[in-house]
Design a protein. Structure first.
Length: 69
């Protein structure tokens, strides 16, 4: 797995280590923006976490736009 020095990924990585999780996704939003960070304990799990994060992000964007209310 490639090292990602992003502070947001570091938070996800620290959470995974502290709570023994193989996958972590974090979605953060405020009134103007939404973003996500993902972490997986291995290269495969990192890819899976990224896929899940994108799916959650896209679904939430659609919901917030009024598509699924």
């Amino acid at each position: 797995m490639a090292w990602n020095p992003s502070p947001k990924v570091a938070v996800a990585r620290d959470y995974a280590k502290q709570y023994g999780k193989a996958h972590v996704i974090i979605i953060g939003l405020d009134d103007e923006t939404m973003e996500y960070a993902s972490y997986g304990a291995t290269k495969q799990k990192c890819s899976e976490a990224e896929t899940l994060a994108k799916l959650c992000y896209d679904t939430l964007m659609e919901y917030l736009a009024g598509g699924e209310r």
